[in-house]
Design a protein around this ligand. Structure first.
Ligand SMILES: Nc1ncnc2c1ncn2[C@@H]1O[C@H](COP(=O)(O)OP(=O)(O)O)[C@@H](O)[C@H]1O
Ligand SMILES: C[C@@](O)(CCOP(=O)(O)O)CC(=O)O
Ligand SMILES: [Mg+2]
Length: 398
């Protein structure tokens, strides 16, 4: 019998401006990265569900009968993407043994998987047995949207296996994508997964994971920015671990404690995002670019200060900004902060030797550093031969 197989990938992201403020309804600008998460789903004929997540050293399996016992009439009626089914989340927490308030890496990933799996298949006659394996090129928990890329892959593979969305790949194709309507559904289910991992996500990360490219995100409205220059960005990972959920909750506490102080900061971040967008638009329209690059650099410095005021900075990020500024380059944290990654803007004519010495300085601080390309495609279905050999080997080894 032929085993049904789905190979899906989704990109990570970098937020240029607007992290945290976007959770409170402000504008964010985000770009997809050329680092992706890959998921292989095989529908099997056994009586078990296996999930293999080697990046986070988590390998689990369940009998279908125990999973079936978690589906109640409410799960079937609820199965929607508007709100989270909190009673299902509670049952899953008890089932997996994850108390409320934990941010355990494996636990959150498993909760997100089981939630989407049970909700998507709640209407089916019976739950299907399957094996899922996930591998990511993204560092986990470092601000590059690994949680969203993971949730987009999960939602896409499970919706395809259920038949709710198509499996668009034909025999002649290496990669394929879904219709706009199908991508909206993928995005909504991925958002549910993000809700489980993050607590209160804005939705910007799963939007980039689904559509890719360069996006403006404002209160759920996604606008692709097609007419902006291709920016050169250096990405640095401080390797200081942090949890988006904890940092997002910390900003909320600060807003509650000092509304008259923090709300104007969020307004100012909103203005930074809008000014950045205007500047990028002018640059693409052919206006002389050095003066615009100076504006972009100043916006980066301003926003980094704002993020520090919000309480999401870290000494490692201060070091990073200082080290790059000593070479004339401007940096800010990206994603939730508290450690994790930062972006450094490079000008089109930034000298290769300057980049090399900056990278060496950053490596000496113990950071990982690489130049990235932005605007990668959103979620994709792959033929096995279109996936890099080493990644396919990992996915096939389970
Ligand atoms: N490759 C992966 N395999 C399994 N789970 C993953 C993977 N990547 C991310 N996750 C989930 O996402 C969480 C990290 O999310 P988060 O704290 O938002 O950081 P990030 O900035 O990387 O999105 C992990 O704790 C894990 O639950
Ligand atoms: C801080 C925030 O703006 C981005 C979080 O991104 P990441 O999980 O750190 O990659 C939260 C959100 O938008 O949901
Ligand atoms: Mg995340």
């Amino acid at each position: 019998m032929q085993v049904k197989e789905y190979i899906i990938s989704a990109p990570g992201k970098a937020i240029l401006h607007g992290e945290h403020a976007v959770v409170h309804g402000k504008v964010a600008l985000a770009v997809s990265l050329n680092l992706r998460t890959y998921l292989r789903l095989q529908v099997t004929s056994g009586e078990k569900v296996f999930i293999n997540m080697p990046n986070i050293h988590t390998f689990l399996s369940w009998d279908l009968t125990e999973l079936q016992s978690l589906v109640t009439d409410t799960t079937v009626n609820y199965s929607s993407t508007t709100e989270l089914d909190t009673s299902l989340v509670k049952r899953l927490r008890d089932f997996v043994g994850i108390p409320d308030g934990t941010t355990d890496t494996g636990g959150m990933a498993v909760l997100a998987f089981l939630y989407i799996y049970l909700s998507v298949f709640a209407h089916s006659e019976s739950l299907p047995s399957m094996t899922l394996s996930v591998w990511s090129e993204l560092p986990t928990g470092a601000g590059l949207g690994s949680s969203a890329a993971f949730c987009v892959c999960l939602a896409t593979a499970l919706l395809s296996a259920q038949g709710t969305i198509s499996s668009p790949l034909t025999h002649q194709q290496d990669t394929a994508r879904w219709s706009e309507e199908e991508m909206e559904l993928i995005n909504r289910w991925a958002f549910q997964g993000e809700r489980i991992i993050h607590g209160n996500p804005s939705g910007v990360d799963n939007a980039v994971g689904t559509w890719g490219g360069i996006l403006r995100y404002h209160a759920g409205k996604i606008t692709p920015l097609n007419r902006v220059p291709m920016l050169r960005i250096l990405l640095t990972n401080t390797k200081v671990p942090r949890s988006t959920k904890v940092l997002v909750a910390g900003v909320k506490d600060k807003i509650n404690k000092f509304p008259s102080i923090i709300n104007p900061v969020l307004e100012s971040v909103d203005a930074v995002s809008r000014t950045c967008e205007d500047t990028l638009t002018k640059m693409e329209a052919g206006e002389s670019s050095p003066k615009h690059y100076s504006v972009l650099e100043e916006l980066i410095d301003i926003n980094q200060h704002h993020l520090n005021v919000m309480g999401v900075g870290h000494p490692s990020l201060d070091t990073l900004c200082r080290v790059t500024l000593a070479r004339g380059l401007h940096s800010k944290l990206t994603g939730a902060g508290g450690g994790g990654c930062a972006i450094t803007l490079l000008r089109p004519d930034t000298d290769g030797s300057l980049i090399q010495s900056t990278r060496e300085d950053l490596k000496e601080c113990g950071f990982d550093c690489w130049e990235t390309s932005i605007g990668a495609p959103g979620v994709q279905q792959h033929s096995p031969c279109s996936v890099k050999e080493d990644i396919m080997e990992i996915l096939n080894s389970y």
